[in-house]
Design a protein around this ligand. Structure first.
Ligand code: MN
Length: 744
């Protein structure tokens, strides 16, 4: 009796939760919706509730809360309209339930079905992709091909990923690492490229929270601790500016936000200074509310007001108002010397520019008509299409090309007539030639940059003027591949080379045909393929080419075959074929080796053949995961940069690993201690503290002194991270010790 009562109230409670989430979604729709939209949104919601009614998320919540929240992110945080809301509500319906794509097409029409189909295809389960060499690269290609179908597929997918990242805590740790790695590998650069800065920043921070838990916690704690002081400073900085802005009758608002944890961490790493010494932890933003026709002049007027009050640093002026970034970003940035001599970055922009900066691509359409600048996204999407169309390269090549060409910053260069061309940063003179026309590229002989003759691989800089001389007898060679950075140029060179090889290979093909005839084998596709496979050639063109260059001797090689009825048959079958995929090997349990306390996939790891990765030296207590490499299982720390890369590319090889809470075994860890070399017994104090004070074994000890600073490396046997933490703490207390860090 009472049980039924409890069950009913729980169901009711969940129902309330769902309706509340739905109402919240409806409230957040800011775009215009007509009656038909409203009916369809309601219908999509009801279909999702019904379809997912038995499913639950890892958090235990009803599953349908996920699509509702994804829909809310689409509209509230990206600014998409009714169609996207409907598709987001339905995004997991086809994948997980009995509703078919046809049902959706009938009820909601062609476009919704198209987008939902794209989203379903993107839902890659890692197990399915285990048989491709790099599932990550394949996935990436998939994500990008949907871009050209309907950009909303990718935008909804990103909202989906964002919600999953926000609720990642419910997942087991090894899956968290995998998802976080994939996010920083694919989704943050994509968000960046689509101008979704806010989302990109959140992706980076959420990923870092998983892969670098301790550093993340440390930086955000420090940000919190300095908040009051920072706000006071921002107020002091803005005050004199506000007076001037008001006097000039410029409608404005200001914000002073701290930078993201991830970007601060990057600063700490590249500048190699402690947190306390980073001054530009925040940027001040001045947003003016003026019509598009006045934006540019008002922005410069504001710049002038700021630099009347504070001294600017000229090298730090960045004008993306006159020429927007290729991802659509428009803003005027300057760094000035604020009160107390601190450097402060100021970003000046209009409300429209701010909207584009936050929501990128999605906001872009809203202003499309108002903007005079060329449509940056159209140009970019054309680029994406071009690279996708050239499907001849394998996925890894594709990925690398994509990363350099479409995610990088760009340089602006000019033709002799003054037409502007945009190339990715690192683009060369030869890339420029190919960007004009493939024929110009093929026949480029001499290239002048700013009237000076340069080598073809010369890297172009902003503002360069490039002049190409062509000659019909010129043709591309293998070495040209090293002189270009763009995928377009590389593809053109590759296909030209292929043509060339094909021509030269003709002789080889004829030779092979003759040899086949001699042994009475038919010169047909199936036989050629058997022969090519035996020699491990992927392309027949390459095979013919090498025969014509006499690198292969077909007569000798054909002795490995017999011929039956014109068919080629291999005589010797090689037995030493290696297994394609790495396999878990077990070793006999050796009782003399102490147990490590490590568990892999929930099982004690002692009878598995594993080793600790030498890139990050994990010790018990570290957050770790296991990676199934071709050389067996390797244990990495969750924050090992190396492993993150592996996890992103080969996520399906990741296994869960964790430690038993108590371990009796010792592990090696290396500490780096630095300080001022006073020559008075610091070293003795350190070693004393470790061996007598803490009773630990020192395994190795190195010290170097340079210009009055010593650096000491000590390798120790410790039980776990807790003990290691204790060591670090006690060493820091010794006078003369400045810094103690664990070697990564
Ligand atoms: Mn989903």
């Amino acid at each position: 009796m009472s049980e039924i009562l409890i069950k009913e109230t729980r169901e009711e409670k969940e129902k309330r939760l769902i309706t509340r989430a739905y109402r919240n979604l409806l409230r957040s729709i800011k775009t215009k919706t007509d009656k038909k939209d409203k009916v369809n949104i309601r219908a999509a919601y009801e279909l999702a509730v019904e379809a997912h009614k038995t499913q639950r998320r890892k958090t235990g919540e009803p599953y349908v809360l996920h699509p509702i929240e994804v829909a809310r992110i689409c509209t509230a945080e990206i600014g998409l309209g009714a169609t996207a809301v409907i598709c987001a509500l339905l995004h997991d319906v086809v994948e997980d339930t009995s509703v078919s794509l046809n049902d959706i097409k009938e009820q909601f029409g062609e476009r919704v079905a198209l987008i939902v189909n794209g989203l379903t295809k993107l839902d890659f389960k890692s197990e399915d992709s285990a048989d491709v060499e790099s599932p990550q690269a394949e996935n990436f290609k998939k994500v990008l091909s949907t871009l050209t179908v309907d950009v909303r597929v990718v935008l909804i997918k990103m909202a989906d990923r964002l919600h999953n990242m926000r609720t990642l805590g419910a997942m087991p740790p090894h899956k968290q690492v995998k998802i976080a790695a994939e996010t920083s590998f694919i989704y943050s650069p994509l968000a960046h490229r689509l101008g979704l800065y806010k989302m990109k920043t959140e992706f980076e921070d959420l990923s870092m929270k998983i892969t670098n838990r301790d550093v993340y916690a440390d930086i955000s704690q420090k940000l919190q601790a300095t908040k009051k002081e920072r706000n006071r400073y921002i107020k002091e900085f803005i005050e004199p500016l506000e007076k001037e802005l008001k006097e000039n009758m410029i409608p404005y608002r200001t914000t002073g936000r701290p930078k993201s944890v991830y970007s601060i961490w990057n600063k700490l790493k590249t500048k190699k200074i402690p947190f306390e010494e980073i001054y530009d932890l925040f940027a001040v933003r001045i947003i003016v509310d003026v019509p598009p026709s006045k934006e540019k002049s008002i922005c410069w007027q504001v710049y002038s007001i700021i630099t009347d009050v504070y001294l600017p640093i000229p090298e730090r002026l960045k004008d993306w108002v006159t020429v927007p970034k290729a991802n659509g970003y428009e803003s005027l940035h300057t760094t000035v010397v604020g009160p107390k001599g601190r450097f402060v970055e100021v970003q000046i922009r209009s409300e429209r520019m701010d909207d584009i900066a936050e929501r990128g691509f999605a906001a872009h359409w809203k202003y499309k008509k108002a903007s005079k600048s060329p449509n940056v996204y159209d140009a970019w999407l054309n680029n994406v299409r071009e690279i996708l169309d050239n499907s001849s390269m394998d996925a890894i090549d594709f990925l690398n090309d994509f990363k350099t060409n479409l995610f990088n910053e760009e340089v602006y260069v000019y033709t002799p007539k003054g037409d502007m061309r945009v190339l990715p940063k690192g683009g060369t003179a030869l890339d420029f030639a190919f960007s004009i026309h493939s024929d110009v590229g093929y026949h480029a002989t001499a290239i002048k940059v700013n009237n000076k003759l340069v080598p073809m691989g010369h890297v172009l800089k902003n503002g360069d003027q490039v002049h190409i001389t062509t000659n019909k007898s010129q043709k591309p060679s293998e070495s040209w591949l090293k002189m270009v950075a763009t995928g377009k140029a590389r593809n053109k060179i590759r296909s030209a080379m292929k043509e060339e090889r094909k021509k030269e290979g003709q002789i080889g093909r004829e030779t092979l045909e003759r040899k086949f005839k001699n042994i009475k084998a038919d010169f047909v596709e199936s036989n050629i393929e058997i022969f090519a496979k035996f020699l491990k050639y992927k392309s027949h063109v390459d095979l013919y080419f090498d025969i014509s260059k006499e690198k292969l001797n077909p007569t000798e090689l054909l002795k490995n075959f017999t011929v039956e009825g014109g068919k080629l048959k291999l005589i010797v079958i090689k037995e030493d074929k290696l297994p394609e995929k790495p396999v878990l090997t077990t070793k006999p349990v050796d009782l003399t080796i102490p147990r490590s306390g490590l568990h892999i996939n929930g099982e004690p790891a002692d009878n598995l053949d594993y080793s600790f990765a030498t890139c990050c030296h994990p010790v018990p207590g570290d957050a770790v995961f296991a990676y199934l490499s071709t050389n067996g299982l390797k244990i990495h720390r969750s924050n090992c940069p190396n492993a993150t890369n592996l996890a992103a590319k080969y996520g399906y090889r990741i296994l869960r690993a964790d430690w038993e809470s108590v371990s009796a075994t010792n592990f090696a860890a290396t500490l780096v201690i630095t300080g001022v070399d006073t020559g008075i017994g610091v070293i003795e104090a350190i070693t004393n503290q470790i061996s007598s004070g803490l009773g630990l074994n020192i395994r190795s000890f190195q010290i170097a002194s340079n210009e009055g600073i010593y650096e000491c490396q000590i390798s120790l046997q410790v039980k776990n991270t807790a003990q290691l933490g204790l060591v670090v703490k006690s060493l820091k207390n010794i006078s003369g010790v400045d810094m103690v860090t664990r070697m990564e």
